[in-house]
Design a protein around this ligand. Structure first.
Ligand SMILES: Cc1ncc(COP(=O)(O)O)c(C=O)c1O
Length: 462
């Protein structure tokens, strides 16, 4: 958006305005004039220039201009182009005032959240009621900074069974989301004298910023068709990886590289921080177990409820090498920072089998969405290539070179929130530049899913 409006020489913020390119553009321009942000007399860019900036058809811009001329907001004169009308437009009596622009996109295919409408409310309530009824009074007091023992025991059982993690409840620390766990680890590593934590060329900027906020350097590792390459690890004290399903590229870390990372850690005393953010969602028959199983003394395992249940719970867990659990717990300030009732509820949810039931049902629903997405793209946008489909709640959709920004822009104008790969690319990425979308198919509620898929196909180069 910023670049498109820069052509106008204006610093103007516009919100997405719902489905329909022409309507979206017309509404946004009308709002800019109505609110005074485009002053009377301002000359607008030619329809050709604005269309090129927005990555949309010239006719769409010409139609939007024509609508606004007809409504009296703009004037068009041969030789002087299209300008904002010189006086305020009084809407004809009897017409409704212009509705407020919607703050939310009509459709959302950004990665990050699961379908929040499928949160298992009834089961969670049951587990919460049971947990509160059974909790002894002292459970409501300040507790162990590592988290409630019931939850740590339940997690140890679940993680070893489902993810191949070698988990001892004594070495589990519960935290308020992965981001919180990473911050605690960054603090401890820095206090131990670490200077640099290597990160992947592709990933969440927010996570790299957490590490730099702890005073650590975050150099990017090279990335190729086998995934992240640990060859660039010299000089790092630790490395942050998404081994089961690289975020956002979607490939698992190649088995030779899994071994190489662990060898590096053993050789140098380095630490591997394993982000297993979507480990529950694997759709093919080749299980990718946790890297931590290879060496629990050198790998910190981090899991989260943000994909399997909901990010708003702010519940995650770390399985730490011996010696580190106490330091990480101390970095919490010596108190438990996560609510006891949610911890006890999750413990009951895990031990009763409700978590497994929920994850199995969610996996089936997301798998169907993934299949529909792959089929729709193949049929309607053969120029786009889908990859990273074996796991998780997102896919990578490769686009023809040079088209990423215009596709994201066109989606924006249709009221479809989409993220391009650029925003997940480390500034110093060591990888071939790729034009792609990171499509989160978990995010929409069921009723909006097919509309979101249609909107996506409509903006893909066909
Ligand atoms: C790569 C990655 N790691 C971890 C997480 C989970 O973060 P948190 O537990 O802080 O919500 C996410 C969530 O979107 C993610 O995309």
């Amino acid at each position: 958006m910023a670049e498109s409006w820069a052509t106008l020489g204006l610093d103007l913020h516009v919100e997405p305005t719902g489905p329909g390119l022409r309507r979206g553009l017309t509404d946004a321009l009308r709002e800019a004039v109505r609110s005074g942000r485009l002053a009377p007399g301002t000359r607008l860019p030619s329809s050709r220039a604005l269309a090129a900036d927005l990555g949309i058809a010239r006719n769409t811009v010409a139609d939007a201009y024509a609508d606004l001329v007809a409504e009296g907001w703009l004037t068009a004169r041969q030789g002087s182009g299209t300008r904002v009308a010189g006086r305020r437009v009084v809407p004809p009596t009897g017409t409704a005032p212009h509705p407020r622009l919607p703050a939310r996109p009509a459709y959302d295919l950004r990665p990050g959240s699961p379908d929040l409408t499928s949160f298992p409310r009834a089961e969670w309530l049951k587990a919460a009621r049971r947990a509160l009824t059974a909790a002894p009074h002292h459970a409501l007091d300040y507790g162990d900074p590592r988290g409630r023992p019931e939850l740590r025991a339940a997690l140890a059982g679940y993680l070893s069974r489902a993810r191949g993690v070698r988990a001892d409840p004594e070495r589990i620390v519960v935290c308020a989301g992965f981001a919180h766990g990473l911050k605690l680890l960054g603090t401890v590593l820095r206090a131990r004298g670490a200077r640099a934590v290597a990160v992947e060329s592709y990933g969440l900027d927010a996570h790299a910023r957490i590490l730099t906020g702890c005073g650590l350097d975050t150099a990017a590792l090279p990335f190729d068709r086998l995934g992240t390459d640990p060859a660039g690890l010299s000089g790092a004290d630790a490395v942050l990886l998404t081994p089961a399903h690289q975020f956002p590229m979607g490939v698992p870390l190649h088995r030779d590289r899994r071994t190489a990372v662990v060898d590096w850690a053993r050789r140098t005393g380095g630490l591997v921080l394993e982000d297993d953010y979507d480990g529950e969602f694997r759709y093919d028959r080749q299980p990718v177990g946790a890297l931590q199983g290879l060496d629990p003394d050198r790998v910190v395992y981090l899991g989260t409820a943000s994909k399997s249940l909901a990010p708003g719970l702010r519940l995650a867990w770390m399985v730490l090498p011996p010696g580190l659990a106490e330091e990480v717990a101390a970095a919490k300030g010596g108190v438990d920072t996560c609510g006891v009732l949610d911890q006890l509820t999750l413990a009951g949810f895990l031990t009763s089998g409700a978590y497994d039931r929920h994850v199995r049902a969610a996996r089936l629903r997301y798998r169907r969405r993934r299949d529909a997405l792959v089929a729709a793209v193949a049929a309607r946008a053969p120029e786009a290539r889908v990859s990273g489909i074996a796991a998780g709640l997102h896919v990578l959709l490769r686009l023809p070179p040079g088209t990423e920004q215009s596709v994201v822009q066109a989606a924006h104008w249709r009221g479809l929130a989409l993220h391009g790969l650029a925003r997940y690319t480390h500034l110093a990425a060591r990888a071939e530049p790729v034009d792609a979308l990171v499509v989160g198919y978990g995010t929409p509620p069921d009723h909006a899913w097919s509309g979101a898929l249609d909107a996506l196909c409509a903006v893909l180069p066909g």
